[in-house]
Design a protein around this ligand. Structure first.
Ligand code: BGC
Length: 733
């Protein structure tokens, strides 16, 4: 009898609990395949307490947000982004955690990807990056960045996809798809109008609705349409509200575009509980805990969306629906990532990823000049002088949050040495920009005059000079939290180039940068390669391009103005860029980048869409399938492309549209279609581009809607924004 009682009292509850646990283990609601995603969201939501829901909305450390331990819902883990998975950061400060297992593949910067004009490479990029993030147990990768390149001084342009909204839109979609196929979320940043680093934390951007819609939002819209699972708000303000909780931008994203993902702050971008609650902020990251000053005073419970939100909910200031909308979005993010079952495993720093990084780098580098066909280097010269600090510098260090700890780094010097084993390769550093540092300018440790003199001496001894310079990832170069202070090449490089050219005319200049630079020295160089920041395989990719193993096929994703004041935004003075410290006005309006150069007839040194090849192409016979179209039609534009040279190569066919007669001002032309075509030497292909007529729209400020006006449009077909082989006139009814 006592045994039976003892069984009932002691053993049975344990057994029951175990049975319950087993069921829970085997069938948590998120694993129930009979339920749709929304049903799962609702089922989980119904189980959460008020406190558990609120807890989901704020960070618990630098790069994670809580799960629900009681229900077995795991935490979410985040990492920068966007060029590789960042090394592990300490729980509560910005220091590196110094793990042994966090070395990754560094992929080329997004400017390089954009320059490839190749959506297949964007997909490959996303797939590899997503796999690395997944292996590193990340749920969200903080990228891509799609802020439009407005001025060539912005310290973060290298993390973005250039000056054209259409190009950025086409390239961002496959990148997101590739990442998310690994069950890792892309986080599209920085929404929106974060087009400079100066005063980024507070500057209020004044921009016309038209420029907002036509220039600054399309790539974000494309990302939302591609189904990006999360977005990050920008630091700056728009209409006097911070973008991380901005009524207007939130309404566009979540209501107008009907986007169902989770919206998070940039780190420390939240400033107000009420706005955060009401204006669509779902996840608050990085507030207070900067690890240097205030962290001891403020803990995570004091975040705007933590205790202040909870108290507001309890007192009736905020309502359940506001909370539930946030939690639903976070749960969706979880169901797509850390609650997904089965889930991809990922892989890290593989040979396959290294090859992908190399391929992307090769596809994006742009040949700006090639006199007397000095490139490719067909016969190995007896002596090659590799000159310039960037030939040996680890350009994955510095730059801010996109900094990476690559497993392997092939420098240009190493790549050139390996590729030209028969040549004697000399090296001179030429200048010293100091240690790569975020938030501090590097201090040289060498004597600059002697470095300069040595570089000229070494150059004089060689048959060919490859000068590898450009910018770097130091503060006030291509680096977060500040902009460049000059347009000229830094570290006395123009003089170096001049002095080197005086002793050796066989000079190839390789620019590593994410920004345009002043190029009045260009006549001194026989060839110029815009080589971006290309990651782990930089040296191999560069060497293969110099040697002609690959044929350059990249095109500039932004214009290189001859002088800084030729840039639209800058031409209007301080209020336009960088603002007066409180606000700035985008005075060039819709005329950003080539739209400015072309409309105002200010030629760029190197225009948008430009890039040379080692072969030649004949583009001919451009024709449309009709002469008149309705506004919902697609124009089918065909063109013949022939590789008329002796090397295999790729050309990017570009279609720009002009609307010469319109009720509002329009840019001279806008990119509306492009296609990269790979052709063997001698091969000819007909390609057909499909151009939706409704992409000719402008944002009508009188009706606050898109408008396609009937009338004549001109389609300009060519291989850069300034080289057209045909102008076709079509009528829109
Ligand atoms: C940057 C973001 C980055 C975040 C986390 C911020 O300073 O603006 O782009 O994702 O830090 O590192």
């Amino acid at each position: 009898m006592w045994l039976v009682v003892a069984f009932i009292v002691l053993v049975q509850p344990v057994a029951q609990a175990q049975a319950k646990e087993t069921t829970a283990k085997h069938q948590p609601v998120w694993c129930d395949e009979s339920l749709s995603e929304e049903e799962k969201v609702e089922a989980i939501l119904a189980q959460l307490t008020l406190e558990e829901k609120v807890a989901l909305c704020t960070a618990q450390g630098k790069f994670s947000t809580p799960g629900v331990p009681r229900l077995g819902i795991p935490e979410l883990w985040y990492s920068d982004g966007p060029h590789g998975v960042r090394a592990e950061i300490n729980w509560n400060d910005w220091g590196y955690a110094k793990w042994r297992n966090d070395s990754v593949t560094a992929f080329p910067a997004l400017t390089c990807l954009a320059a490839s004009f190749d959506p297949d490479l964007a997909y490959l990029y996303g797939q590899c990056l997503g796999a690395e993030a997944r292996y590193r147990k990340k749920d969200v990768i903080l990228g891509p960045g799609v802020n439009i390149y407005r001025v060539p001084l912005n310290g973060r342009n290298f993390e973005y996809m250039g000056e054209d909204p259409y190009l950025a839109s086409v390239m961002v979609q496959p990148y997101i798809k590739g990442i998310q196929e690994n069950d890792v979320a892309a986080c599209v940043k920085h929404y929106a109008l974060n087009n400079q680093e100066i005063d980024r934390g507070h500057i209020n951007v004044e921009v016309s609705d038209r420029a907002l819609r036509e220039i600054y939002l399309p790539a974000f819209k494309a990302a939302a349409d591609a189904g990006a699972w999360s977005f990050m708000g920008a630091y700056n303000q728009y209409k006097n509200q911070h973008c991380c909780h901005n009524e207007y931008l939130n309404a566009i994203l979540k209501e107008e575009w009907a986007w169902d993902g989770a919206f998070m702050t940039d780190w420390g971008g939240c400033h107000d509980t009420e706005q955060a609650v009401k204006n669509g902020l779902d996840l608050e990251m990085g507030t207070y805990t900067n690890g240097l000053t205030t962290e001891s005073k403020f803990d995570y419970n004091q975040y705007y969306l933590a205790d202040p939100f909870l108290h507001g909910l309890k007192s009736g200031k905020y309502n359940q629906a506001q909370l539930d909308d946030k939690v639903r979005r976070i749960l969706r993010l979880m169901l797509r990532t850390n609650l997904k079952s089965p889930r991809a495993w990922g892989s890290l720093a593989t040979e396959e990823h290294a090859q992908a990084a190399k391929k992307i780098a090769e596809g994006g580098m742009v040949l700006l000049k090639n006199d007397a066909q000095i490139l490719p280097i067909v016969e190995a010269p007896k002596t090659i002088a590799v000159i310039g600090e960037n030939a040996i510098r680890n350009l994955m260090q510095g730059g801010g949050s996109s900094e990476l700890k690559p497993k392997e780094v092939i420098t240009p010097l190493q790549g050139i040495k390996e590729r030209f084993p028969q040549s004697q390769v000399l090296f001179a550093r030429a200048y010293d920009s100091g240690k790569a540092m975020y938030s501090n300018e590097g201090k040289p440790t060498h004597n600059l005059d002697s470095l300069h003199a040595e570089a000229v001496r070494v150059a004089a001894k060689a048959d060919l000079v490859v000068f590898v310079g450009g910018l770097n990832k130091n503060h006030k170069q291509d680096c977060e939290a500040a902009d460049r202070y000059t347009y000229e090449l830094p570290f006395n490089q123009p003089k170096l180039i001049e002095d080197i050219a005086a002793v050796n005319e066989n000079l190839v200049v390789v620019l590593m940068s994410g920004n345009a630079v002043e190029t009045s020295w260009a006549s001194k160089a026989k060839a110029i390669v815009q080589a971006w920041y290309t990651g782990s395989q930089a040296g191999h990719a560069l060497a293969s391009l110099l040697a002609g193993d690959v044929n350059p096929s990249g095109k500039l994703p932004f214009s290189f103005p001859k002088k800084l004041s030729d840039n639209g935004a800058i031409s209007f003075g301080q209020l336009s860029y960088p603002g007066d410290g409180v606000k700035q006005v985008y005075m060039e309006d819709i005329l950003v980048g080539y739209r400015w150069h072309d409309t105002k007839n200010i030629p760029a040194a190197y225009p948008f869409g430009f890039g040379l090849s080692y072969t030649t192409f004949n583009i001919s016979n451009a024709r449309c399938d009709a002469k008149t179209y309705g506004e919902n039609d697609n124009i089918l534009l065909s063109v013949d492309v022939e590789n008329t040279g002796s090397r295999d190569g790729a050309e990017v066919i570009q279609v720009y549209v002009s609307d010469p007669k319109c009720s509002v001002k329009r840019p001279y032309q806008e990119l509306k279609a492009f296609q990269k075509v790979f052709l063997k030497a001698g091969e000819k292909q007909t390609i057909t581009l499909s151009i939706p007529v409704n992409s000719f729209v402008f944002w009508d400020e009188t009706s606050s809607s898109w408008n396609t006006e009937a009338g004549d449009y001109i389609l300009r077909i060519g291989n850069s924004s300034r080289h057209h082989i045909a102008n076709l006139r079509v009528k829109v009814k």
